[in-house]
Design a protein around this ligand. Sequence first.
Ligand code: NAD
Length: 350
Amino acid sequence: MNGIQRPTAATMRAREDLIVVTGAGGFIGGALVRYFQQQGFRRLRAVDRKPLGDWYQRVPGVESLCLDLRDPEACRRACEGAVEVYNLAADMGGMGFIERFRVECLRSILITVHMLEAAHRAGAERYFFSSSACAYNVFLQQDPNVRALKESDAYPAMAERGYGWEKLLSEMFCQEYWAERGLKTFIARFHNVYGPWGTWDGGREKAPAAICRKVIEAVDRGDHRITIWGDGRQTRSFMYIDDCVRGIDMIMHAEELIATPINLGSSELVSINDLVSIVEEIAGVRLERSYDPLAPRGVAGRNSDNTFIRQVLGWEPSTPLRQGLEATYRWIEQQYRDRKAGRRTVRDTL
Ligand code: NAD
C-alpha cells in the first residue's frame, strides 16, 4: 500500500508549469512549496498575507507574493498564468483559536469565493482545497471511543461552529465550480497535521506542538508539571506533515476524486493523555499532570476512516506517531533554545 503507481504532479506536469500555493507562509503551504521544489518544479508561486519576513519557510528561487486573498484583485494576481492552484490560505489555529475567533474563521469564505473565480478565469486546470475534519457532524464525535469518520458523515450537516461550517460551504463552492463551470476541483479533509515548521506557541498551535512545548518548558523550569486541557481523555488522530504533502499531491491528480471530498488523516487513534506519555518518553521525563476542565477541548473523539483513500489511492498516511513526534519534539526543542538564546525563531514571527 504505497501509492507508488499513482499519478502525481511529477508524472503529469511539465517542470515549467506554474504551480501556485496559497497560505505558503504557513505550516502546510510552506512544506508543500518545498516539496514541489524538491520534485524539480521551476515555476512556483507562493502567496500569503503575512509579510515575507514572517513566513515560516521561504524557499529560495520561488516567487513569493504578499497578498490578502480576501480581495478579488489579489486573487487575480495570485492565479495569473497558473496551471495548478493549491489553496491552503485560511485564518486558523488549534481549538484555542477556532473556538474563540469564529468570525475570523468564517471570513475565510472570502478566500474561497475569490480564489475559485480567479483560478477559473485564469484557466487553471486543477484546484485544490484544504478542508478539515471539523466539517463533520459534531454529534458523531461525542464519545472518546469514537467510530472513525467516513466521508458521508458530513451530512446531515452539523459542523463545528464557525471554522467547520466555512469549510463545508467552501467544499460546496468547489463542487459547484466543477458541476457548472468545469473547473477540476479536489477537496481533502485534513485531520490534525503536525511536524517541524508548524506553529508551536502563541495561541494558534495544535495539541502535538503545544504538548511538546509544555514538556520542554516543564523540564526547563525544573518543576516537572504540566497542565492538560480538558480531562485528557479526548481522542484524536495526528498526521505527519510528510504524509500530508504526499497525500495532497496524489489527491490533486486522481481523476476519480474530482469534486469529491476525501479524508486525509492518520487512523492511529490516541487520547491526549497518551500523547503526553509519548512526548514524556521522548524527553525522558515523567511529569505531574493537572487538568483544566474550563480550557477549550473540542469534540470528545475524532478519527479518520481511511477505507475510501485506501480504495482509491492504494495508500494512506502511515508515519507512526512516535516517529513523527520525535522529529517534531527535537525541532521545537531547538526553537525553544534559540528563543532563549535571543535568536530568531518561527514563534517570533507570529
Ligand atoms: P497556517 O495558519 O500555518 O497557514 C495558513 C496560512 O494562511 C497562514 O500563513 C496565513 O497567514 C495565511 N492566510 C490567512 N488568511 C489569508 C489571506 N486572507 N490571504 C492570504 N493568506 C492568508 O495553517 P496550516 O496548518 O498550514 O493550514 C493550512 C490549511 O489546512 C488551512 O486551510 C487549514 O484550515 C487546513 N487544515 C489544517 C489542519 C492542521 O492540522 N494544520 C487541519 C485541518 C485543516
